[in-house]
Structure formats: structure tokens, C-alpha cells
Design a protein around this ligand. Structure first.
Ligand code: C5P
Length: 211
């Protein structure tokens, strides 16, 4: 398959030194990219700002903001048969960003935000026969939220994980996830390395790819 993977956070700049972001380190997305490349698939990795080496054999495209990530996915998707959206896209950006560093005296205690587009929802018209996988990192009941996102984002598979557990989710090398897809009962996977979770996702894609 030709796999497009997104990874890491996005960064929304207020000025050249200040930004809004999240705790994502990119480890899960890089693991999916590595696992797919190891199986001989063609892999393009769209990475937000992360401190990780590019897995061997993977083409990497670096982006910063959610709008840049959306543009990269829109440009690259036509050349791929499957998409795994691991990125923790920032939900909001600053309504006004400054090209020069703002002085403290120029700043106000309330700064207006505007919503970023949902990348999966925006690219849904381009899906055609492609297989889309999303992630749901939750602090509440992961399965309830994941089921809702599976349907609302038009996904074939959603990988749910509870990010409140110390050995799963952000910035660790292990993950405990559940696979939820439209036509199969949920599958809870044991705690394992992110690379092994990546291998499970690639194996699922190999079984379910339509093109
Ligand atoms: O943030 P949320 O829990 O809604 O993310 C679920 C899925 O949607 C993830 O796969 C994420 O990469 C994707 N997403 C997106 N565009 C956004 C926010 C999230 O495609 N703006």
C-alpha cells in the first residue's frame, strides 16, 4: 500500500516566540510509519514539530500549524491508498498572529482564538476507495468517544486510548489501545510498545485495504 501518516502536535504561533500546542511527541505516528516501511510499504510521514529521527525508508514532510498539515495532507492524499491520522492537531489558533515579538505591554489578558478545521472531515470528499484510520486519545470513557468519532469522521478504524494511564498515551514508548471499526466487535490490545501497536495497525490495514 501507499500509506500517508500524520504525527506529532501542531503549533499555532501568536508571534515568533509564543505558541499554542499540546503534549504529543509524535512517537505513535513515527512507530506506524516505521512499521509500515518495515513491511515494504511506501510511506509518507507528515510530521508536526517533534524531536524524532525519520524512520528508515520513510519520506518525511515537516509542517508546523494545523493549516499547513491540512494543506500537506490535501496535496499528498491523491498519491496514497491509506491514511493514518495520528497527529494531535491543535483545535484552535490565534485569530491574529504577529510577525514580530509582542511586547508584554502590547498584550491583553484575553486573546481571541478561532477554530482550526478538522482535517479528516475536510478531506472526507477525497476519500473514495481509500482506507482512513484515526486516533482517539481520551481522558473519559475512550470507547464512547471513539465510537462517536468513528462515525462522525467517516473512519474505517479508530484506535482508542485512555491518555490518563501512566503507561499509555503521551510521551511514553508503550500504549494500550482498543481497535473500533464499523463491522467488527471492539478489540482490546494488551499493553505493548508503540512500535508493536504500529505493527498491529499495519496488519489491520493489510487485511482491510480496498485498493
Ligand atoms: O482531536 P480528536 O479527538 O477529534 O481527534 C480524533 C482524530 O481526528 C485523530 O485521528 C486526529 O488526528 C484527527 N483530527 C483531525 N483534525 C483536527 C483534529 C483531529 O483530523 N483538527
Amino acid at each position: 500500500m501507499k500509506l500517508l501518516v500524520t504525527a506529532g502536535p501542531t503549533r499555532e504561533y501568536l508571534d515568533p516566540v509564543r505558541f499554542l500546542s499540546n503534549r504529543s511527541t509524535g512517537k505513535m505516528g513515527f512507530a506506524v510509519a516505521q512499521a509500515a516501511a518495515e513491511r515494504g510499504h511506501t510511506v509518507t510521514l507528515v510530521a508536526g514539530p517533534v524531536a524524532l529521527p525519520t524512520p528508515s525508508g520513510v519520506i518525511r514532510v515537516d509542517v508546523t500549524s494545523a493549516l499547513e498539515m491540512l494543506a500537506a495532507v490535501q496535496r499528498l492524499l491523491p498519491f496514497h491508498t491509506a491514511l493514518v491520522m495520528c497527529a494531535a492537531v491543535a483545535d484552535w489558533r490565534f485569530k491574529q498572529a504577529s510577525p514580530v515579538k509582542l511586547k508584554k505591554s502590547e498584550m491583553r489578558p484575553v486573546i481571541e482564538l478561532e477554530p482550526n478545521p478538522d482535517i479528516l472531515t475536510t478531506i472526507r470528499p477525497l476519500k473514495e476507495q481509500r482506507t482512513f484510520v484515526g486516533f482517539a486519545a481520551e481522558t473519559g470513557d475512550p470507547l464512547v468517544e471513539a465510537q462517536r468519532k468513528l462515525v462522525s469522521k467517516g473512519l474505517d478504524l479508530i484506535v482508542a486510548n485512555d491518555v490518563t494511564q501512566p503507561d499509555a498515551g503521551f510521551a511514553v514508548d508503550t500504549n494500550r489501545v482498543t481497535f473500533l471499526s464499523a463491522n467488527e466487535p471492539p478489540t482490546a490490545l494488551p499493553l505493548q510498545s508503540k512500535l508493536d501497536v504500529g505493527r498491529e495497525i499495519v496488519a489491520w490495514l493489510e487485511r482491510h485495504l480496498r485498493t
